[in-house]
Design a protein around this ligand. Structure first.
Ligand SMILES: [Mg+2]
Length: 460
């Protein structure tokens, strides 16, 4: 997401028509999903030419009740899939060759791939050893090149460096990029222009949609929804009535709206400090003093690691153990303790304190970036595929959807917050707390929660 769209979204919905226009005319993002083809198996076939062109599994032994970590395309032709027991793979294809996994080798090649990807952008979100999202918006805009051209270069560079093929899917958001790369395997390239997103998504089976596992798929099918297009044409209130908040999120995705950021390594981390008061506090002075002390500790640790933070979170636990978080994001860096303190105290004003006393208070910094990293600028140039098609982003006027995660942290005593289990590191997703108060920080959308679909597909 470019800088000023993020700034506007961070401040909430656009307030004026001028702000709406700025958001609507923002150049669409260029997101690429790069996925190595049958990665472990391809590495084995590259290293040992006698394995090439043959059905091969990388798997633990049948006797040790091993499972398939990866299957070559020749093995897949026999119905063998990742995560299948080795014994079953052998039954499906008795002549299949089995080699044990060599994880060090895969890590080593994975870091070579990461080097290649970093030569295009530093906006990289690795999902596994062989899969990453890249935000190539700045790269395309500054080079005045289409996403398709850059994607072709990425594939070529990966192949030259490693001798392996990757599939690449591109689009204005992660949802489209991931589905596109899945659909064009192996060794494919599929870039979906913003204006084509709905045509691309709507004929696809509903299971393709991010967040739709077998259970949700069955519920949607019971509603007569079989394709993404079926869902898109339903009244969102009806879908919400059936599936709750998840229904609204899925409906937005079905319309091609997905504002999830590409979250780089540093942004997935947070630094925080919290403390429980000896007695519940109902007056401002001791609470403010503690917030200042915690903010100062967080600032020191940021400084120590050479980080700056874009998101600050205040966590509050009331005497009945209800826990809430409030957060906000800024483009400008929050470098020192006094800035962190000032923002945290502002956030305190958005809690029920002092009407309710406070049992615990925490201050967290997330959206971490290298303190030295220069700010990147966006150029006013917009082209997407090789045949330039200039159009507003489909996501332009959209509310940033939350990931269909158990957004949880609106904790109740009966449902402990995930952050409560990690007291020293409240997730930035904690800001997704109270369902009635949307987080001002789109970047704070659950970066720790991998897509359920991604989790299901072991190696592709
Ligand atoms: Mg793969």
């Amino acid at each position: 997401m470019n800088a000023w769209r993020k700034t506007l979204t961070a401040a909430g919905r656009p307030q004026t028509r001028a702000e709406e226009l700025l958001v609507e005319t923002a150049p669409a993002r260029r997101i690429l999903h790069v996925d190595m083809d049958a990665f472990f198996a391809s590495v084995e076939q590259k290293d040992d030419p006698t394995l090439r062109g043959r059905p091969l599994i990388v798997a633990g032994s049948e006797k040790a009740r091993g499972v398939v970590a990866a299957a070559s395309y020749e093995a897949r032709a026999h119905g063998i899939r990742s995560a299948m027991p080795t014994s079953r793979a052998l039954r499906l294809c008795p002549q299949v060759l089995r080699v044990p996994p060599r994880h060090e080798r895969y890590h080593s090649i994975s870091s070579e791939i990461a080097d290649v990807l970093r030569s295009f952008t530093d906006r990289i979100e690795p999902l596994s050893l062989d899969e990453s999202y890249l935000d190539l918006t700045e790269c395309c805009l500054s080079r005045r090149t289409s996403l398709q051209t850059v994607a072709r270069e990425v594939k070529q560079a990966v192949r030259e460096k490693t001798g392996l093929t990757a599939s690449a899917g591109g689009g204005p958001n992660k949802l489209v990029a991931k589905i596109a790369s899945d659909l064009c395997k192996p060794d494919g390239l599929l870039v979906v222009a913003p204006a084509r997103v709905r045509d691309f998504l709507h004929p696809l089976a509903i299971e393709r949609l991010w967040g739709v596992g077998p259970v949700t798929a069955r519920r949607l099918q019971a509603m007569g929804i079989r394709t993404i297009g079926d869902l898109a044409t339903r009244d969102p209130r009806h879908v919400e009535g059936q599936l709750g908040r998840l229904g609204i999120e899925l409906h937005g995705l079905a319309l091609g709206i997905d504002e999830r950021d590409v979250v780089t390594f540093h942004e997935t981390r947070s630094i925080s400090a919290e403390t429980t008061f000896a007695t519940d506090q109902g007056t401002r002075e001791p609470v403010a003093a503690m917030i200042a002390s915690l903010a100062s500790e967080v600032a020191e640790r940021l400084d120590h690691h050479g980080f700056a933070a874009r998101t600050i979170t205040l966590k509050i636990r009331y005497p009945d153990f209800t826990t809430v978080s409030r957060s906000c994001s800024f483009e400008s860096r929050l470098l020192n303790a006094s800035e962190l303190t000032a923002r945290a105290l502002e956030l305190l004003g958005r809690t029920e304190f002092p009407q309710r006393a406070i049992r615990l208070v925490g201050v967290g910094a997330a959206g971490l970036v290298d303190a030295e990293r220069p700010v990147q600028l966006t150029l006013p140039f917009d082209s997407y595929c090789d045949a330039p098609r200039i159009s507003p982003s489909p996501s332009a006027s959209a509310t940033p959807p939350r990931e269909p995660s158990p957004s949880a942290s609106a904790t109740t005593p009966h449902e402990p917050s995930p952050s409560a289990t990690t007291p020293h590191e409240p997730s930035p997703s904690a800001s997704a707390t109270t369902p009635h108060e949307p987080s001002p920080s789109p970047s704070a959308t659950t970066p720790h929660e991998p897509s359920p679909r991604l989790a299901q597909t072991a190696q592709t």
